[in-house]
Structures are given as C-alpha cells and as structure tokens.
Ligand binder design. Structure first.
Ligand SMILES: *Cc1c(COP(=O)(O)O)cnc(C)c1O
Length: 456
C-alpha cells in the first residue's frame, strides 16, 4: 500500500478527529464569515505527484481554498433560494459517505428501502397520496427533467409510439404550455430533444406571475383534441406566485394533457396550515418537482421527483443488462432515474426528518415566512425602496434607488447579507429569499441594518 495511504489507514481515528475539529471551527465561524465573497483567484497547483497524506491535504485546503469559501450556509445569505444544512442533515450527509452505499438496487443492502421510506414521508408532508411514487435526484433541474421525460413518453403513448424506442422525432408536433416557467424547465426541454423553442408562454394574470387559466384553456382548445404538456408553477422565483393548480387540473375534464408541477421550493407551503391552500390541487399532478437542498435544509445535492405513472417512468429509464436484473413491480432506482450507481442522498433527509419531524420543519418554514413578511414591511422605510409584489411566502422582491448592480455590490460588500438581482415586470430589482434554518430575528435586524447602510 502506498506509504501515505497506509499511514492514513493506521491513523484513521485521529484524522477523523482532525477533520471534525476543522468542521467545528468552520461552523463556529459561520456567523462572522463574509456571507458572500468576490471569487478570489487561486493560482492553480500542478497535479500532485507524491501525496502529502490527509493531514497535509487539510492544511493545504485551509491554506489555499478555504479562505475564499463563503458563508452561504449561514443565516443571512438571501440570494437565490438556498437553505443550509441542519445538524441532523449534516450528520446524515457524513454518514452517507461513511457507508458509501450504492442506492441503485436492492441486491446487497437495505439502503434503497431507506430511500423508499423517506420518499413516503415526503409524499405525506406535501399532501400527496399513495398514487405518487418518487425517487431522489440531484436537484430540481433533474427533477423537472425526469418529470418531463415521463411526460414525453406519455405523449408518445397517446399517439401509439414509444419515444424511448423510436426517439423524439416519432412524436411529431409537441405542445407545451406554461405561464412563468423556471429556467430549468427550458433547459430540460433542450436536454430532452424537444427543444427550447417548443415552450409556449401563456399570458399571466394582470400584475401576477400566475398563469391566466382562461388563456390556457384557449390554448388547449386550439389543439382540437391533440394532447399537450402543461407545466404549472407553484412558487415562482421572483415573487413566489402560485398557479391555480385546482383550476388547471380541472381543465383535464375537457382537454388531454399531462400536468407537471414545479414546486421546487413552493411545495414547502404545504407545511404551513396558513399557506397550504396555495397548493390546493397539487395531488392531481402527473409529475411533481420538489427541491430538498433548498427549504428542507439538507446539503447539496438532493431533490425528489414524484409521478403517478411509474410504468412510463420505467419505459424511459429502464437500464437492462443481465447482471442488473429486469424492472419488477417494485423497480430498483436504477430503472427510474438518469443515474445508474447512485449516492444514498435520501439519508440526510431521513436524518433531518427523524430528528426534527414535521413539526420542526414546519417551524423553520413558518419562521422564514415571518422574517420575509417583516422585512417586507420594514424595507419601504428606506428612501426610494418599494416592493414590486406582495410578500406571498419567503421572498421579498423590491426596486432600489439607483442602479441594481451597484446595490448588489454594496450589499455584498457589507459581508452581512447577500441578495441577487432580477428583472420583474421590466423593472430591475433585488430579491431576498429566506430559507435557512438558522435565520433569527437578530439576523433580521442585522439584515435590515446592512441594507439600510448599503442603500442610503
Ligand atoms: C431552484 C429552482 C429550480 C432548479 O433547482 P436546482 O436544484 O438548482 O436544480 C427549479 N425550479 C424552481 C422553481 C426553483 O426555484
């Protein structure tokens, strides 16, 4: 065995302790670490010929790379929609790598059953029924991709062709409609060979990002009975608007279409009794995307995709080889998702759900919603700041005095808060998204003070 490898094997317990101490310091310093960093240029090192062992690697990492890492896992990083990692989620993630199970199939471990249990819990948390089965994927982009891949197969069935066998060109015309789709939907259409240009945007309601259901009905009506795919949005990134899922689902009585719902972070409204109504009708969807590395506060990379058409899912993703076994009534995950070998990414979710339960996760979600609402009330007291939409859930979208790029920079330079720019309704704007389990009222005060300083 190579010298450093043999030494590390012999010293494994000590090395784990060193790594744990390093992690402990990082977490203890999270509150003071700049929330975002200008990407510093780290000069590249050549490929190491001789190794330096894990202790050496820890030192090298701390020296070269760690100083440029941001505090994005902390309570005042409000860019995009990110979330952090709860203590139990972090422990689950460590143990995922410790056990290093391959959750592709069930032949040699019960790991895949742990994933099934976790998917079942999530299905309940989001108010779905037993008709929906699910699988873990790496993020909401992949969840949308998988959902739309199954939709594509469904369109084929309606037309008497197997897209999985014959290819997407066998489909002929493809009609897809959405009001305010996330960019990952458009990317998925590229990956699926359907094409970004095929997506038809349906007008939204006045002053909203939610689709005008009447206009959607007109678009479907114009197809004269041909089948389509409708992509509904439950939580848009700019203003967290929700399509009327119940009304869209009821159009199925008149028109044949597959209903995919992107509920990447909006799905977590289901945890709050006050907001669960926003998701009324979700259970009618044929496929659903929910991200977990955002508002469940598990580390990257985790999302879940649900569908009630697992037979079609297997048609798309079946991976048949003599040594892998054929799909059965309870197909292995390698027949359900793009990957073959797969990380047991359900374990972090299992840990956090077990440690804090639905009650604990409801408290996090409701606390984040309350923070967003209060900040939405305070922000307009800064001269020139105005909200561009009501705070519907966990995002505040607002216009600032002066140039948005300058505002983003000034805010980031405080080291206290990170916000991301957007354009909403033709107005350059900023958004602040609350989704971290740590964010407290003290953080709200620090956030407001930093914004006040940066914007005046
Ligand atoms: C974040 C997000 C996605 C993409 O999620 P990733 O995990 O970054 O791939 C898709 N849809 C919505 C609505 C999102 O907010």
């Amino acid at each position: 065995m190579y010298r450093h490898l043999a030494d590390d094997l012999a010293a494994f317990p000590d090395l784990l302790e060193s790594t744990r101490r390093f992690a402990e310091q990082v977490l203890a310093g999270l509150d003071n670490r700049p929330v975002a960093r200008q990407a510093a240029v780290v000069p590249p090192d050549p490929l190491p010929r001789a190794g330096i062992g894990l202790h050496g690697a820890l030192d090298r990492f701390a020296d070269r790379w760690e100083p440029g890492f941001s505090g994005s896992a902390g309570p005042r990083y409000l860019g995009f929609v990110t979330g952090g990692a709860t203590p139990a989620a972090l422990a689950g993630d460590w143990l995922t790598s410790t056990f290093d199970q391959n959750a592709a199939s069930a032949g040699d471990s019960c790991a895949a059953d742990l994933e099934r249990e976790t998917v079942g819990w999530l299905r309940q948390a989001f108010g779905l029924t037993d008709e929906h089965t699910g699988a873990f994927v790496t993020g909401a982009t992949m969840s949308n991709f998988v959902g739309l891949a199954i939709a594509r197969e469904w369109l084929g069935r309606r037309r008497g062709v197997s897209v999985a066998q014959a290819g997407v060109q066998a489909l002929g015309d493809i009609h897809l409609f959405s009001g305010t789709p996330h960019s990952s939907i458009v990317k998925s259409l590229s990956m699926l060979g359907i094409g970004r240009d095929r997506l038809q945007l349906v007008p939204v309601q006045a002053g909203r990002e939610a689709v005008d259901v009447g206009r959607l009905a007109e678009a479907l009506d114009a197809l004269d009975g041909r089948s389509a795919i409708v992509i509904a949005n439950a939580g848009t990134v700019n203003t967290v608007d929700f399509d009327d899922l119940r009304a869209i689902a009821s159009l199925k009585e008149r028109y044949p279409f597959w209903l995919h719902v992107d509920a990447a972070f909006g799905g977590f409204a289901a945890l709050s009794a006050h907001h669960a109504g926003l998701l009324d009708g979700l259970a009618e969807a044929d496929s659903i995307c929910v991200d977990l590395h955002k508002w469940l506060n598990v580390p990257y990379d985790a999302a879940v995709q649900f569908t009630r058409h697992r037979d079609l899912q297997v048609a798309v993703f079946a991976n048949s080889a003599a040594y892998l076994g054929a799909p059965t009534d309870n197909p292995d995950y390698l027949h359900l998702t793009p990957e073959n070998s797969r990380r047991l990414r359900a374990l972090a979710a299992w840990f956090t759900l077990t440690a804090y339960g639905l009650d604990g996760h409801r408290e996090m979600v409701e606390r984040n919603i309350a923070s967003a609402r209060r900040l939405g009330e305070r922000l307009p007291t800064i001269p020139g700041v105005r909200l561009l939409a009501p705070v519907r859930l966990n995002v505040v979208c607002f216009a600032v005095p002066g140039n948005v790029a300058d505002a983003v920079r000034a805010i980031a330079e405080t080291g206290e808060v990170f916000a991301t720019p957007t354009v909403y309704d033709n107005t350059p704007a900023l958004r602040l998204a609350f989704s971290n389990w740590r964010t407290s009222e003290t953080d709200e005060d620090r956030i407001f003070a930093a914004l006040h300083k940066a914007l005046t």
